[in-house]
Design a protein around this ligand. Structure first.
Ligand code: TRP
Length: 321
């Protein structure tokens, strides 16, 4: 199975990114053909500071490598190193109805918040469709917020195939429903734009501070604590297996549990969980030449994969005069 997904380099990656996408991708690489990339073209729709984009891209690359993405087993690259996707975006644009894009939540939400829209933001889903279709991605692990984008990608592929003959594979979204929404420290969905994230790679003091500030309810100590919608319980559960999760549940429903103590414990769990990755990350961050070599190799592999679908699409629309 060809598994493919991309991640934005628009800020420090956090536990939401890790559990909804990165970890699942890394797990997939054992038995699948994995394509993973850092979407810096997409980030251009919201990052207007070149140095920030450079830094964010390099950081995201180091994060992914440190967390276990194996560039020998998988194809791992930076989106802009395979510029063919932008050409494919143009071909796809002409089978994409305005209405389809006008209904996209990401665009509608930004408009509603009064964020001025540009053409890049509006056509974001078309570039995303190109990202997937250029490589024949079959299964696309993403967070729940990307569900509609995947539907749009599939829709565009269908329209193209109908108009020009069988060209693209129809991709399926792969959303882990059980962890569909990972709460941030305020209980809302963890998201950079809400400022409620717990970063994967941060110093111990900051991590502790973040975990200690997870919003909890005011249930008195000597009463059972709720599980549903309890951000502390949900975040802690991400680090546990089924059995451990049951034990944690038991502790929550047993009177006497102190949220403060559980938070302290969780800070330690998170810190220890990422300890081996932290060392690896340090190594990559200090070896830019090695990172560049890895990315070059990834871009070559990705280009080769893209050439099949992009060539076919060029031919099918009649660019091969
Ligand atoms: N839009 C995705 C996000 O913000 C990132 C993305 C870009 C992506 N291209 C993709 C995800 C292709 C999956 C496949 O999370």
């Amino acid at each position: 199975m060809r598994v493919l997904s991309g991640i934005q380099p628009s800020g420090k990656l956090h536990l939401g990114n890790y559990f909804a996408m990165m970890k699942r991708m890394i797990d997939y690489q054992e038995n699948n053909e994995l394509f993973a990339f850092i979407v810096n073209y997409h980030a251009l729709t919201s990052v207007f500071d070149a140095e920030k984009l450079r830094e964010g891209t390099f950081d995201a690359v180091c994060d992914f490598l440190a967390l276990g993405l194996d560039p020998d087993k998988s194809t791992f690259w930076v989106q802009s190193d395979v510029p063919e996707v932008t050409e494919l975006t143009w071909l796809l644009s002409n089978v994409t109805g305005m209405g389809l894009l006008e209904r996209a939540h990401s665009y509608k939400d930004k408009m509603a918040k009064g964020i001025p829209a540009n053409l890049g933001l509006f056509s974001y889903p078309v570039l995303m469709a190109a990202d997937i279709l250029a490589f024949g991605g079959e299964r696309v692990p993403v967070g729940k917020d990307q569900k509609q984008h995947l539907e749009i990608a599939r829709d565009i592929a269908e329209r193209f195939n109908t108009a020009y003959g069988e060209t693209f594979v129809l991709p399926d979204a792969d959303i882990a429903e059980d962890l569909a929404t990972i709460p941030g420290i305020d209980g809302q969905k963890m998201s950079k734009s809400y400022g409620n994230t717990i970063e994967i790679f941060t110093d111990e003091k900051t991590l502790k501070k973040k975990v200690m500030s997870i919003k909890t309810d005011t249930t008195p100590v000597d009463e059972p604590k709720p599980i549903e919608g309890n951000a502390l319980f949900e975040l802690y559960s991400l680090f546990l297996n089924e059995k451990e999760k049951e034990e944690l549940k038991e502790r929550f429903i047993t009177p006497g549990l102190k949220y403060g103590e559980v938070k302290k414990e969780l800070a330690g769990v998170v810190w220890d969980y990422f300890a081996p990755y932290r060392e690896k990350r340090e190594m990559y961050a200090n070896d830019k030449a090695e990172v560049a070599r890895i990315l070059q190799k990834g871009a070559n592999k990705a280009s080769e994969a893209a050439s099949y679908y992009v060539e076919l699409a060029r031919k099918n629309v009649g660019l091969d005069y």
